[in-house]
Design a binder for this molecule. Structure first.
Ligand SMILES: [Cu+2]
Length: 645
């Protein structure tokens, strides 16, 4: 299988599109002449909601490092998820589509329908949703008092066993090798979904970074110089016995940043950073050079995080609880764009290095679905899970010249804002970013029809086109049908204070190590600081654990736009283009300034630069940072950094 970088090397880039169908059929098309997807009637299918992942029995064969420090089978939860090929429907008028998706292997999970069925199939594109609880799990006092002595595992958190059950004989776009990144997580490097197995992993980490991080497909035969992969007790539904190289256990501790440093006597703090808790995360494939096609095939799912403030209960009697709208009025919204052949198969161009764009707008795996809503408040967790499309979302009546309605923004990738931004008219969301909005439908009458509309035109994967489409001429993504009053009074609220936190202190800024990363293009390849990007054998930076850092990220690649994602820690945005970011609920909302928001992905428009504050706590290296335009990422717009002791 050619990687994007191979294509570049062989001069194959820029020779028009080569379409690799799911059966390995190759057809060629020039420039913009990719065939259009078949027509589909919008808003006749209901918005699918991914199911929750269900716990399984504790695993008895965990890595020794997990048991020594963290995993307590009495308090840690266990999940088992397979990557599999399956058949779904993106739209009731489209033939079934073969995708790759995450499947919950709990015996109590709803099983997806087998491949080859021509019966109407349920929508099940997104993987099972993982729910993580933060706080109230551990007594920090106990931890610090046992500093330096042998102590029992901390417990809590989740172990997710991922198993690669993809077809080993796959032809077509994507590769059946997987590594899973929980995007927005703060966890061990070995659980971070590093994009490639390392021949020579760093040995300073007590977390034991294993050599094999990438999961191989069923039947994988190890090279002659490596020991054969031993069978395990696991089974793939279609491929039988799972070998060691096919599975990996990911541990997500759900601890506040800094806690592990306290436990290990590295830090003199007395408690972790409670103000830094995530809200909406997601997991997706992250394998080197093929993240774009593998995620486009469907390997993505949600992670929702809760604690005593954001407690998943709008009727919570705890006076500290925020009582934000909770399930079933708390709804994840994954935005994607895809392209389909007449037979329903996914179309993808492996030769489009600018960024692949689809012509169908997909929400949670359905093309232009509808959602029936009650006259009350809803929380929507927006995730841009597209490869290269940037959206600007409006909530409106869909009519040309009609009305637009305000929303309340409550969270971004870095969790809840310190206080809500009210009256937001529209927001821009780049790849991998998350924004959470509360929409109040109580002011609309029963029978009202409303829309989420993307008014940002984009005809090139490099960046959106200039300007905005007029209302009613954009891409209507989701239709709301107001069906009446809720069965119970709406006790949810959006309080004036959410999760307050102070901006980074001047003392910490003054003591920060400063690094500068300039993203550039040379001869059609990505460079970082004039060095060919994508070398994951050696780190481009080695930040010391606990040391404050300010990274200057600069986009010098002409007009291209890049959402840059840094793994392991949320960052604070100190400046954009040399100035403190403004805070405005106007059009579009800007919610990135330190003290209001934390971020893990930051959009650099053409020529932009940002200064972000970071402090890598708890977990030693290797991690990566990269552009989240997945085609840029797969063209090696990525670098490795190692957090060192
Ligand atoms: Cu990019």
């Amino acid at each position: 299988m050619l990687t994007r970088r191979d294509m570049l090397k062989f001069g194959l880039a820029g020779t028009g599109y080569v379409i690799l169908g799911p059966n390995g059929v190759i057809s060629r098309a020039d420039g913009d002449s990719l065939p259009a997807s078949p027509p589909t009637t919008p808003f006749i299918d209901e918005l699918p909601l991914p199911g929750l992942a269900l716990e399984v029995e504790p695993f008895s064969d965990l890595p020794e490092q997990y048991l020594r420090y963290w995993v307590d089978p009495n308090t840690t939860r266990f999940f088992k998820i397979a990557s599999e090929q399956r058949v779904v429907r993106f739209h009731s008028q489209l033939p079934p589509t073969t995708i790759w998706g995450y499947k919950d292997l709990s015996p109590f999970a709803l099983q997806s329908v087998g491949a080859g069925s021509l019966q109407p199939l349920p929508f099940n594109v997104l993987g099972p949703t993982l729910v993580q609880g933060f706080g109230d799990l551990h007594s920090l006092l106990d931890m610090s008092s046992s500093c330096g002595s042998t102590r029992p595992p901390i417990g809590g958190g989740s172990v997710v066993r991922h198993i690669n059950c993809l077809p080993p004989d796959h032809r077509g776009f994507g590769v059946p090798r997987t590594t899973v990144h929980l995007h927005g997580g703060h966890h061990l490097a070995r659980s971070d979904g590093f994009p490639v197995s390392l021949d020579n992993p760093p040995n300073y980490s007590p977390d034991g970074f294993p050599r094999f991080i990438v999961m191989e497909p069923p039947g994988f035969v190890a090279p002659p110089n490596e020991p054969p992969s031993q069978p395990t007790t696991e089974l793939c539904p279609d491929h039988g016995v799972v070998t060691e190289r096919q599975k990996l256990d990911y541990y997500y501790p759900s601890l506040d940043p800094g806690v592990l440093d306290i436990v290990r006597c590295v830090s003199h703090e007395t408690e972790g950073d409670k103000g830094e808790r995530p809200s909406t995360q997601w997991y997706h494939d992250h394998v080197l050079d093929f993240t774009g096609p593998n995620a486009y095939r469907g390997l993505a799912g949600f992670v929702l995080c809760f604690d005593e403030l954001d407690s998943a209960d709008e009727n919570d009697p705890n006076p500290a609880a925020l009582r934000l709208p909770s399930a079933p009025y708390d709804i994840p919204i994954a935005l994607q764009d895809k392209r389909f052949a007449a037979d329903g198969s996914l179309v993808f161009s492996s030769f489009d290095h600018d960024g692949f764009l689809g012509d169908k707008f997909v929400v949670n795996g359905a093309i232009q679905p509808y959602l029936e809503v009650k006259r009350r408040k809803y929380r929507f967790r927006f995730l841009n899970a597209s490869n290269a499309r940037i959206y600007r979302i409006f909530f409106n009546d869909g009519n040309p010249g009609g009305q637009t309605f305000p929303m309340d923004m409550i969270a971004t990738e870095g969790g809840l804002l310190s206080s809500p931004l009210r009256g937001v008219v529209s927001f821009m969301i780049a790849m991998a970013e998350r924004y959470e909005m509360v929409i109040d439908f109580s002011k609309f009458s029963t029978g009202s029809i409303l829309y989420l509309e993307n008014r940002l035109p984009q005809s090139d994967g490099r960046k959106p086109d200039d300007g905005l489409l007029p209302q009613g001429s954009g891409n209507k993504l989701l239709q709301f049908r107001v069906t009446g009053d809720p069965p119970f009074p709406d006790n949810s609220q959006v309080p004036d204070v959410l999760r307050p936190f102070a901006p980074i202190s001047q003392a910490e800024i003054a003591g920060a190590v400063r690094r500068s990363f300039r993203f550039d293009r040379t001869d059609g390849a990505w460079a970082i600081n004039d060095r060919f990007a994508g070398d994951l054998d050696t780190p481009i930076a080695t930040p010391k654990r606990g040391q404050p850092e300010i990274w200057h990220l600069e986009n010098s690649s002409g007009g291209w736009w890049h959402p840059i994602h840094i793994h392991s820690e949320f960052f604070r945005v100190l400046a954009r283009n040399g100035r403190v970011p403004s805070i405005t609920a106007r059009n579009p909302v800007v919610a990135e300034r330190d003290g209001l928001a934390r971020k893990d992905t930051i959009l650099l428009k053409g020529g932009d630069s940002v200064d972000v504050f970071l402090r890598f706590r708890d977990h030693l290296g290797p991690f990566v940072f990269h552009c989240h335009n997945m085609e840029h990422e797969d063209m090696a717009m990525m670098a490795r950094f190692d957090v060192v002791p």
